[in-house]
Write a protein that binds this ligand. Structure first.
Ligand code: HEC
Ligand code: HEC
Ligand code: HEC
Ligand code: HEC
Ligand code: HEC
Length: 232
């Protein structure tokens, strides 16, 4: 068995599930139960140490996602910003707001409770450890944050908009043309494919379906569906 799944050697539960072929309903059920943490549940919306609003910072102030999630297009991992990013503005703006006490605690040496420790944001989305996900592989191929995280730009508190289940990943890997955008539109949360087409008649494309297929060809996108693509 170790030969069949050499790279999964630390995944005993997975192997057991495979050997049983999910034939035993009990195994499958137990698996689903243990393999569905709250970070994979649609609607999951934990409270955060600072009531940070994407609606204020993106929709009202107009910040780009990459201003804070600065590694998203160059790395597999999309970082959450450090206190420095917030402090750049908030040492001047809303400085006295009680909501920003944890920021002062982290960043402001003159603050009475200062400890210099990072702010402990609560993780909203998290793929299980046996899944290999990569942000830059998606956003640099015309898949928008919006397709996977919903309308974050209007969220007062971030919640999980899509299931992030294996079936969800595979649905798009099998038909990416339904989700692809021109690269310059990946971070545009007001994007509308029909409007884009009527503004760009020179493309010679009539329907949004045709646009998806054209982009798929142009980016040479062929998402893989083999198990090793997403499982180490
Ligand atoms: C001013 C900084 C800032 C900007 C701009 C910003 N974010 Fe965030 N984002 C944060 C912070 C801080 C958190 C962690 C706290 C939270 O979840 O609200 C976060 C959390 C998230 C999360 C949840 C992370 C998790 O734990 O799973 C997603 C998804 C996200 N942002 C997407 C976006 C998108 C998409 C945009 C652009 C539309 C954007 N953000 C713009 C600061 C920012
Ligand atoms: C580019 C500047 C800028 C950055 C960067 C920024 N903010 Fe803000 N933030 C603002 C502005 C401006 C407001 C006030 C909006 C208003 O009053 O309508 C605000 C409002 C807030 C508020 C509401 C305060 C209140 O009392 O209502 C919180 C909380 C907040 N920001 C947290 C953060 C956190 C946490 C970060 C870092 C992840 C951050 N901000 C990064 C400019 C910024
Ligand atoms: C193809 C789907 C997809 C796209 C596109 C996507 N994300 Fe994610 N995002 C995920 C998944 C899945 C996770 C959980 C990843 C993990 O646990 O390794 C995640 C996690 C995150 C996190 C939390 C990371 C952490 O360590 O706390 C942030 C922040 C985030 N995404 C922001 C963004 C932003 C900003 C964009 C657009 C620029 C974006 N994502 C585009 C699927 C996506
Ligand atoms: C909305 C569409 C969409 C969703 C949802 C999606 N993907 Fe993808 N994925 C793509 C596209 C498009 C590519 C780029 C394929 C290419 O470059 O040929 C890709 C590429 C990848 C790659 C890089 C593979 C390589 O060739 O290096 C990995 C890994 C991956 N996806 C994992 C996931 C996982 C895990 C999930 C679910 C948590 C997921 N994807 C959800 C569209 C999607
Ligand atoms: C495009 C990415 C992707 C591909 C390809 C993929 N998986 Fe997954 N798989 C995931 C994600 C994401 C999860 C975790 C989410 C969940 O548990 O629903 C997962 C979970 C699992 C689980 C845990 C049980 C469960 O349903 O929760 C098993 C077993 C599994 N995958 C087997 C496979 C096998 C076998 C293949 C090849 C036929 C495969 N996967 C291909 C993304 C993928």
């Amino acid at each position: 068995m170790a030969n069949i799944f050499p790279r999964w050697s630390n995944l005993l539960p997975l192997k057991i599930a495979f050997c049983a072929g999910f034939a035993v309903a009990g195994v499958a059920l137990a698996f689903t139960y243990y393999a569905t943490p709250k970070t994979l549940t649609v609607g999951y919306q934990p409270a955060q140490p600072i009531p940070f609003s994407h609606k204020i910072h993106v929709d009202q102030i107009g910040l780009d996602c990459r201003y804070c999630h600065s590694f998203v297009e160059v790395s597999g991992h999309s970082n959450v910003p450090t206190g420095n990013t917030c402090w750049n503005c908030h040492q001047h703006v809303q400085r006295e707001s009680p909501k920003l006490a944890p920021l002062h605690k982290s960043m402001n040496p003159t603050y009475p409770g200062y400890d210099g420790k990072p702010i402990e944001w609560v993780r909203v989305h998290k793929a299980p450890d046996f899944v290999n996900f990569n942000h830059s592989a998606h956003v640099n191929r015309g898949v928008s944050c919006q397709s996977c995280h919903g309308n974050v730009n209007t969220m007062e508190v971030v919640f999980q908009d899509q299931s992030h289940s294996m079936a969800w990943c595979l649905d798009c890997h099998r038909a990416p043309e339904n989700h692809l955008r021109p690269l310059e539109e990946v971070y545009n949360f007001g994007y509308n494919a029909e409007t884009y087409l009527s503004n760009n008649p020179q493309l010679g494309v009539k329907t949004t379906q045709e646009l998806g297929l054209k982009l798929k060809q142009q980016f040479k996108v062929t998402p893989k569906t083999t198990c090793a693509t997403c499982h180490h």
